[in-house]
Design a protein around this ligand. Structure first.
Ligand SMILES: [Ca+2]
Ligand SMILES: [Ca+2]
Length: 379
């Protein structure tokens, strides 16, 4: 054999060996949505009034949104009845009916998806009486009847709160002039209200809304936070709100050593973006981000707390410009991460041996991106 042929065979062997070693374990080109990315538009809240119902959806843990309307001042003694249901909600959420003096001073009667009820009181926008939940006789995803009876004996005003005809709570209602009522959701929850009716102590109707239309002027604005779609071989994400969003993909058993490459086109705005990896025991999670248009950032969460690693390095190329392509390449080898952006190392981080089985995309803040592809290879 000539030297040329030997060299050729040698090159072919090496190439085959490299192909065998660099096995692709995941590839996403966004030509379709076979991997089931969440591409539907997302809202922080939507409120739909009409067709006999008020349907209220909110989607932010730890935050509450109320929709109140103003009425003529109610008499000292009156009864308010309403019918509502929890369609779905996470365990920390709640929906409530509010009645009070204004948007900062009101009584609030709550139910939650754990089938509990309670009451709290706001004075000057702050909790004056904290909610004490107790188990309550109502079903989820079914309408339940609520009734609050306010009575005034010439000296004091009191209330009695009933749920499906069972007395849940009673107490002093103070002499607060009542002229606002509203519906309030906290956390990630969808609730529906069928009607609200207020009657005086002669059983005369003072206020009634069956939600056949929006004659009472409920605030039915929607707040969209994310619009996204898979089109022309790309996942396009338009983030409209200053909030952190994760796009989860189905789980993936990562090899012991692997590379992760993602190609993104920055379109505009000021989003922080990138991807995350989560360990199999869920104790460790890492985010590899491009932030502030000019830095690469590594964040490590251990047992859901910031572990102390939050390192940001300026990009060698300077600030991102519109329509610029960014290649994030990460290697995890022998317990160490090496993160490169457009070919330049931005972080090396020794974390030890971990097994990964989940990854996803992250976007935080207002801005627009297109993600062209993601490739994960065994090293
Ligand atoms: Ca109705
Ligand atoms: Ca593509």
């Amino acid at each position: 054999m000539t030297k040329k042929i030997i060299t050729k065979i040698f090159i072919i062997s090496i190439s085959l060996l490299l192909v065998a070693c660099n096995k692709t374990v995941f590839e996403e080109k966004f030509d379709d949505n076979k991997n089931g990315w969440t591409v539907k538009d997302r809202y922080l809240l939507t409120r739909e009034v009409g067709n006999g119902e008020y349907i209220y959806y909110t989607a932010r843990k730890g935050s509450c949104y109320e929709d109140m309307i103003e009425l003529a001042e109610l008499p000292l003694s009156f009864t308010v009845e309403y019918r509502s249901k929890i369609i779905e909600g996470d365990s920390t959420s709640s929906t409530s009916f509010s009645i009070g003096q204004d948007r900062s001073n009101y009584f609030n009667f709550l139910v939650n998806p754990r089938q509990q009820t309670g009451m709290n009181l706001f004075k000057e926008g702050k909790y004056s009486v904290d909610v004490e939940y107790k188990d309550a006789p109502f079903k989820l995803n079914e309408y339940n009847d609520f009734k609050i009876v306010f009575t005034h004996n010439g000296k004091h005003r009191e209330y009695e709160y009933y749920l499906n005809d069972s007395l849940m709570k009673k107490g002093s209602a103070y002499k607060m002039p009542f002229k606002y009522l509203g519906i309030r959701n906290c956390g990630e929850i969808t609730s529906a209200y069928d009607f609200i009716k207020v009657t005086d102590d002669q059983n005369q109707v003072i206020f009634e809304d069956n939600f056949d239309d929006n004659k009472n002027g409920w605030d039915n604005k929607k707040y969209q936070i994310i619009a996204n779609k898979i089109e022309n071989g790309m996942l396009e994400i338009n983030s409209l709100y200053n909030q952190n969003y994760h796009f989860k993909n189905k789980n993936l058993e990562f090899p012991e050593n692997f590379s992760f490459e993602i190609n993104t086109i920055y379109l505009g705005g000021n989003p922080d973006f990138g991807f995350y990896l989560t360990s199999k025991d869920r104790n460790d999670s890492f985010q590899f981000l491009i932030m502030n248009k000019n830095k690469a950032r590594t964040v490590h969460f251990h047992e859901n707390k910031d572990s102390g690693r939050d390192k940001a390095e300026s990009l060698a190329q300077g600030k991102l410009t519109e329509n610029q392509k960014i290649t994030q390449y990460l290697e995890y080898k022998d317990g160490k991460f090496t993160h490169k952006v457009n070919g330049v190392i931005v972080d090396e981080y020794e974390v030890g041996d971990l097994e990964f089985n989940k990854f996803g995309l992250v976007i935080a803040g207002k801005g627009d991106l297109k993600i062209d592809d993601i490739t994960i290879k065994k090293l």
